[in-house]
Design a binder for this molecule. Structure first.
Ligand code: 5GP
Length: 105
């Protein structure tokens, strides 16, 4: 089943898009938990980190590379947090993997 993030990717739901390429979109979190709170989302529907496959390794590398580039652009390389929540019991609400990028700088 498609997640709310697929609806965002398909422009069925509006969002504040910070970056996009053919495989990844970055949006502002609707309920930011830090001064900067971005979500780095692959367009491929992967429910949780538990569902990752060997063939996803380039995608994961690209997600972290984009995080690093955004941190440079936002001038927060001195301190930021990157994290994945995994599974409903691991605080994951949206079952479509996404890397949280947060900073109070
Ligand atoms: P999770 O708990 O799954 O790791 O994180 C999901 C995040 O998505 C939450 O921080 C939540 O605020 C954010 N979120 C949920 N629905 C929407 C939405 O419709 N638009 C945006 N921009 N963020 C959302």
């Amino acid at each position: 089943m498609s997640s709310i993030f697929t609806k965002i990717i398909n422009r069925e739901i509006p969002s504040d898009i910070v970056f996009e390429n053919e495989s990844i979109i970055v949006i502002k979190d609707i309920f930011p938990k830090a001064k900067i709170h971005l979500l780095i989302i692959p367009k491929k529907e992967i429910a949780t980190i538990n569902d990752l496959q060997e063939t996803d390794k380039e995608l994961l590398f690209d997600m972290f590379s984009i995080a690093k580039k955004l941190a440079q652009d936002l001038q927060i390389t001195e301190g930021y947090q990157l994290h994945f929540n995994v599974g409903p019991k691991g605080w994951q609400e949206v079952m479509h993997i996404h890397l949280h990028l947060m900073s109070d700088l």
